[in-house]
Ligand binder design. Structure first.
Ligand code: V47
Length: 367
């Protein structure tokens, strides 16, 4: 065992990690409460290397947010608007098709499409959206609609989750992104997103997607009102579902941005770099059945995302092109990273840059 780890208060957890033993809830709480960041990073790096060798993945993707009009208007979110509020928008199908068409010849392999819960938009709009995007960019994977949106479509159309998926998959849906999970704890959801579906419902939608053959992502929003125990509970629930289905591709922690949200002024500051790195590393250690941990540079900054490669992370998301949700909440990172920037960040960290598709097939390596 590494000397630093051997001499740390976490050496017993280090032994479990070396032996490949599953960590328990109490181990997770101890890790998250510890300030021995380097020891935690060392452990996470062992797991990262075991699972992914020296590869660090990235994807050439584009985000599209079709509407910010939302029935829920969660306190945590600065993006959602009432229909008549200044800045409220809904993209036409033609505009969305044109955005997908702009990606032609630019190597984009994944479109990430999410939006608000807009009561004016019926399931036919989303089916037509998927068909048009598929036509405009036939080879790209369409990763669209959070579990929260899927549940909304089911409720407003009086359909089961399975029926919604059947229709959307027939129109071109390939995969679900991980948004809307927030923190599963009811106590916290009541304070930050009281109208949003429960944690159990979020898990049920993803379980249904997995059983119908779709792979999906998972997230956790941290740095607001949640306790350490609630973070670990969230990770354990994701791990339990992954044990049952194996359908999650990756886990992405999302650091809370308070500006312009309903939680601004409640004495919640942006997360620190220390906390961001610890979260990523502890996620790597707790989620032993997830192949990948992804750093979302838009929320933590590209420099910290690069450092996180030594703290359990094996994937940096992505080229993005245009980002609205974090920037509405005071995010001050760029809108996009180029493939060249991504490759040089990864190389400088001593890793092999690997451009991947949604399913982590390597499309190009050895830049
Ligand atoms: O669902 C909303 C979160 C999510 C704020 O699956 C906020 O690969 C911080 O899910 N501060 C959208 N976070 C982003 C998302 C995502 C991003 C990148 C990759 C993937 C993936 C998914 O952002 C929302 C919500 O959970 N969010 N408001 C805020 N103020």
């Amino acid at each position: 065992m590494n000397k630093l780890l051997k001499e740390s208060e976490l050496a017993d957890i280090g032994q479990k990690v070396e032996k490949g033993e599953r960590l328990g809830f109490d181990d997770g709480v101890r890790l998250m409460k510890s300030t021995e960041l380097l020891a935690i990073g060392c452990m996470a790096d062992v797991v990262r290397k075991r699972k992914n060798g020296d590869y660090t993945y990235f994807i050439v993707n584009r985000h599209i947010n079709h509407t910010n009009i939302c029935d829920n208007l969660c306190k945590l979110c600065a993006f959602g608007r009432k229909p008549d509020a200044p800045g409220a928008y809904t993209l036409t199908l033609e505009e969305i098709e044109a955005m997908a068409a702009e990606c032609r010849g630019r190597g984009v392999t994944e479109l990430h499409i999410v939006g608000g819960l807009n009561p004016e938009l019926k399931l036919e709009y989303f089916e037509e959206m998927l068909r048009r995007v598929r036509r405009a960019l036939p080879d790209a994977v369409i990763q669209a609609f959070t579990a929260v949106e899927i549940d909304y479509f089911a409720r407003t159309e009086n359909l089961s989750i399975e029926d919604v998926f059947r229709r959307l998959m027939a129109a071109g849906l390939d995969s679900l992104p991980g948004g809307g999970a927030e923190i599963f704890s009811r106590r916290v959801r009541d304070k930050i997103c009281d109208k949003k579906i429960s944690g159990d419902r979020w898990l049920e939608v993803h379980e249904t997607a997995h059983r119908m053959g779709m792979r999906t992502n998972a997230t956790m929003l941290y740095g607001h009102m949640e306790t350490i125990e609630e973070r670990i509970d969230h990770l354990v629930k994701l791990r339990e579902l992954q044990d049952r289905t194996g359908g999650f591709l990756t886990f992405i922690p999302l650091s809370f941005h308070p500006k312009n949200t309903g939680l601004e002024g409640m004495n919640i500051s942006r997360t620190t770099g220390y906390e961001d790195l610890k979260n990523l590393a502890v996620a790597r250690l707790m989620l032993d059945n997830f192949d990948h941990i992804k750093a979302y540079w838009v929320m933590i900054g590209s420099k910290l995302a690069q450092v996180s490669l030594a703290f359990g992370v094996d994937d940096i998301d992505g080229t993005i092109v245009e980002e609205k949700i974090t920037h509405a909440a005071g995010g001050d990172t760029a809108q996009a990273l180029t493939r060249t920037e991504m490759v040089s960040m990864i190389k400088a960290a001593g890793r092999i840059p690997a451009e991947r598709d949604t399913l982590y097939n390597i499309l190009k390596e050895g830049y």
